[in-house]
Design a protein around this ligand. Structure first.
Ligand code: FMN
Length: 238
């Protein structure tokens, strides 16, 4: 009991190391060329494997790419698809008003993919203003097993965040890279190359490497209101 009291008093004034890593992790978009030692990536994968999942179904498959040629080819495919998307449905370019109905139709079909934020990023990738893997020497592709209990995407996200936090706790940088999905959706050679078929589907990916500089650090985040019910009252806290 005394130990618990001491712990509470300590936590009142200082954060745990885990909290520090969570609060200071930032997406890293500039990496050194040096490869990450193999054992560190294996430890990162282990952190992913230990993630909770609905029914402990562990509905994921991780593929590690540390071959710069494969990373380059995968990037080329995604960039080409971004260029195609941009040329077909970027209605924001002056003089292309006729693309608006086509864009609206596509946005209806894929509201999340063509949300203005990722759509803007697709244009940036197409123009070379945003990298895909940002020069990271290691990429971890995460595929979901669609037969997973409940929501495999969520489980893959939890496993991915475990891996990202483990990597940052080791002084590495990571960046989630969702846009590589385009390569798996529209260029069948990549599924074939990695032997991806039912029940696996691309979920997301993580770029991992040694960061240039010290990008980790706390930034202000918008606070969302939290309703807090206790002792028969409701408060709103931030
Ligand atoms: C599922 C997911 C996909 C993402 N995809 C990309 C991506 O393709 N490229 C990129 O540069 N950042 C990507 N991000 C990083 C977000 O832009 C970033 O997490 C967000 O802006 C907050 O910044 P922070 O990570 O530095 O805190 C992705 C993040 C998540 C969670």
């Amino acid at each position: 009991m005394e130990k618990q009291k001491e712990l509470i008093e300590r936590l009142r004034v200082e954060r745990t190391q885990t909290e520090e890593v969570i609060l200071k992790r930032r997406s890293v978009r500039n990496y050194k060329k040096d490869q990450v030692p193999e054992f560190m990536i294996k430890r990162i994968l282990e952190a992913g494997r230990f993630a909770p999942s609905a029914g402990n179904s562990q509905p994921w498959k991780f593929i590690v790419i540390r071959d710069s040629e494969i990373i380059r080819e995968l990037t080329d495919t995604a960039v080409k698809i971004c260029r195609l998307f941009k040329s077909l449905i970027d209605y924001r370019v002056p003089g292309r008003k006729w693309r608006l109905p086509l864009a609206k139709f596509n946005i209806r079909l894929k509201p999340r993919d063509l949300h203005p934020v990722p759509f803007g990023a697709v244009s940036m990738i197409a123009d070379g203003r945003l990298g895909l893997f940002h020069g990271a020497p290691t990429v971890i592709l995460i595929f979901k097993d669609v037969r997973g209990v409940s929501c495999p995407d969520l489980d893959c996200g939890i496993a991915g965040q475990n891996m990202a936090l483990a990597a940052h706790s080791m002084g590495l940088g990571t960046c989630w890279v969702g846009f590589v999905k385009l390569a798996f959706q529209y260029a069948f050679k990549w599924k074939k190359k990695f032997g991806i078929s039912y029940p696996y589907k691309f979920a997301t990916s993580l770029a991992v490497g040694w960061p240039v500089g010290t990008p980790d650090g706390m930034v202000k985040r918008p606070a969302h209101a939290v309703d807090w019910y206790e002792n028969g009252t409701r408060q709103v806290i931030f």
